[in-house]
Design a protein around this ligand. Structure first.
Ligand code: ITT
Length: 198
């Protein structure tokens, strides 16, 4: 089966390709390899809803099966924000650096014990005909650091310290991240579902 990984986020794309590399009979395409640029309005209030919507709309535009990831960070002291708004947290033209700066500012007076948070990821795979083929999700618990550290990964990795570690996800690097992350959990749950389909 040929599957398009429907993301414009290069960090996410690299991780998905690596996490799903061992699924037999699966060949991955990217937006770049197909010369596609599709804008999806991510207006659902859950990661699952947005992942399904992205996969469905891109599959319709590309006419091949699509895998979409919707993910983000939930911070307990912010009542779960930024959540599904993680990419756009610091407003129009948001960058990873601005999102992280805003997060640290909002948490300026929050002590370590109350800086608990988790990354969440939902993945949906939709066939070229619009049929939902598989869905899976995953979470990675941790805490928000006092300042950004590390240069690996993307997004909120420099400010997220996974439970059981002293370093941020951006300090730990891809090998560790790909064993513990929300995306790794979701991919692990997805692999047997895709294998059964293959
Ligand atoms: P696509 O919709 O094109 O896939 P996106 O970056 O807009 O790309 P999302 O809408 O799913 O993707 O937003 C996810 C945001 O959540 C992402 O931009 C990061 O800010 C954050 N995020 C998700 N996974 C992350 C990870 O593994 N490490 C750090 N931050 C992550």
């Amino acid at each position: 089966m040929r599957v398009l990984i429907a993301t414009m986020n290069d960090g996410k794309l690299r991780e998905c390709e690596r996490l799903l590399a061992d699924v037999p009979n699966l060949e991955f395409e990217t937006m770049a390899s197909l010369g596609l640029w599709v804008e999806v309005d991510e207006d659902q209030d859950t990661f699952e809803g947005n992942a399904r919507k992205k996969a469905t709309e891109v599959a319709a535009a590309a006419s091949i099966a699509c895998l979409a990831d919707d993910s983000g960070l939930e911070v307990d002291a912010l009542a779960g924000r930024p959540g599904v708004y993680s990419a756009r947290y610091s407003g129009p033209g948001a960058t990873d650096a601005r999102n992280n700066a805003k997060l640290l500012q909002e948490l300026a007076n929050v002590p370590d014990a109350r800086r608990t948070a988790r990354f969440r990821c939902a993945i949906a795979v939709v066939g070229a005909n619009g049929e939902l083929l598989a869905e899976a999700d995953g979470a990675c618990e941790g805490r928000i650091a006092q300042e950004p550290r590390g240069s690996h990964g993307f997004g909120y990795d420099p400010v997220f310290v996974p439970d059981g570690y002293g370093q941020t996800m951006a300090e730990l690097g891809p090998e560790t991240k790909n064993t513990i992350s929300h995306r790794a959990q979701a991919a692990a749950a997805l692999v047997p579902l895709l294998r059964d389909r293959g």
